[in-house]
Design a protein around this ligand. Structure first.
Ligand code: IMP
Length: 432
């Protein structure tokens, strides 16, 4: 049975959480494979709003196994807090429905310390990170000095590794209270305590997945961030520190390429990004106000206002190349209602030439691209319907144009926050 990967086609916050929630009702397991608590997936169910940072959104469904793969970096405090919160909302989390890879790297206070310090050093050129220590944790991983979950099980190994990393990183062992940095001793003790608590969740995630796959289980990979925040393929250096594109699903979870996997891209009907970096279709003034207020465009993790802009087709075409989408899901179409007109970037003009595909080969040229627009009529309020065919004709024309231009079908759209506001009776797990 083919697996399904859900990834963001833009700069994150596309509404992946909602799509994963919709699909996970028919999945046997949901897997996170990259990123950490920089992610923020908001799901509204009934009168409850749940914001996930680290946990796979499958915890909202009984009988779904949730896996956190080796590609994820874990902040102990954040994980414990989130489990407590989700439990208190009435969704039980225990080793019965959550397993975490022994290979996951940990985020500790010195990673946050380095993250914030670097941002200060960069001054005006700051990345605008979430300040969660994500970049420095991945640096330790590839630098082969990182602390992994399995290290927590042996206090001597943990002590030795902590000494090494603090020295290699020139981190003051006595801490720095002015920057919220505890001492080496305090960090090690906290990690030891966490190790005792977390060990019941630890498992060989790749092995579990492999067995499930062989038993024909329905496996859903839940991406975090978005294509253009990918450390290799995004708008470097204004990116996150993991690979966010679909091929990372396998690397970050411990199985090889699962044949026939379906890749689902998620895009808003417009574009947003948080933090610094190029954004060709960015808007300001009244249109920005419309998107930000109506779309509640504030980061789920940091609360920062998001930058907003028109839909960008070169960006989506590039995302298709990088992820090879089987389908595209378009969210927040309701936010485009009530505008005078809707603009869509169909191509970029770059140094006198027209280009249909982003990213331009050289990411340093991003700042120079000038989007070329086509204009569409807007629509009034969209009422809940069962099928895309019964949506207003202006909405259907908009969607048909995107399908044709990107070359990917759009079998499902979202027109509001509620679960019932996903339109189109499509579920890749049911299709088989
Ligand atoms: P970091 O991942 O905290 O290092 O932040 C690097 C960049 O990625 C910043 O521009 C963040 O705003 C952005 N970013 C990280 N996670 C997310 C996310 O889940 N949604 C949107 N942007 C994100």
């Amino acid at each position: 049975m083919p697996a399904v990967i859900v990834v963001g086609a833009q700069w994150g916050d596309e509404g992946k959480g909602k799509v994963v929630d919709y699909l996970s009702s028919s999945a046997d397991c949901v897997v996170r494979f990259q990123g950490g608590n920089n992610a923020g997936h908001t799901i509204v169910t009934g009168n409850k709003k749940v914001i996930f940072h680290l946990l796979p959104s499958g915890v909202l469904h009984r009988n779904t196994l949730n896996l956190i793969g080796n590609g994820v970096v874990i902040d102990p405090e954040s994980l414990q807090k989130e489990i407590r919160k989700v439990n208190s909302l009435g969704f039980p989390v225990s080793p019965k429905n959550l397993r975490i890879s022994y290979n996951c790297h940990l985020i500790t206070p010195y990673h946050r310390y380095i993250d914030l310090f670097r941002e200060e050093l960069r001054g005006e050129k700051k990345i605008g990170t979430t300040g969660k220590g994500i970049g420095p944790a991945y640096e330790d991983k590839v630098g082969r000095i990182g602390i992994r979950m399995m290290d927590l099980l042996n206090p001597r190994t943990l002590q030795e590794k902590m000494e090494l990393v603090m020295e290699a990183r020139h981190i003051p062992k006595k801490g720095d209270p002015s920057r919220n940095l505890p001492s080496l001793k305090e960090i090690t003790e906290t990690l030891e305590q966490f190790g005792k608590w977390v060990q019941k969740y630890l498992a060989d995630v790749g092995e579990i997945l492999w067995e499930m796959w062989q038993k024909n289980a329905r496996i859903l990979f839940e991406g975090a961030q978005g294509t253009y925040l990918d450390v290799d393929h995004g708008t470097y250096p204004y990116v996150t520190s993991s690979n966010t594109v679909s091929s990372q699903a396998f690397l970050g979870s411990g199985v090889g390429i699962l044949p026939g996997t379906i890749v689902v891209g998620v895009s808003k009907g417009y574009t947003t990004r948080v933090g610094s970096g190029p954004f060709p279709t960015e808007v300001s003034g009244e249109i920005l106000k419309h998107f930000r207020e109506k779309g509640e465009e504030y980061g789920s993790t940091t609360g920062r206002p998001r930058r907003c802009g028109w839909l960008d087709l070169p960006l989506l075409r590039g995302a298709h190349r990088l992820n090879h989408f089987s389908s595209l899901i378009v969210t927040k179409l309701d936010i485009l209602s009530g505008l005078k007109e809707i603009k869509v970037a169909t191509s970029y003009s770059l140094r006198g030439r027209t280009t249909l595909l982003s990213p331009p080969i050289r990411s340093d040229l991003w700042e120079e691209v000038e989007p070329q627009y086509q204009t569409f009529p807007s629509w009034e309020r969209i009422r809940r319907k069962k099928t895309i065919r019964s949506l207003p004709s202006a909405v259907r024309e908009y969607l048909a144009f995107i399908e044709e231009q990107v070359g990917v079908r759009i079998p499902l759209v979202s027109i509001g926050k509620e679960r019932e506001e996903m339109i189109g009776d499509w579920n890749p797990f049911r299709e088989r």
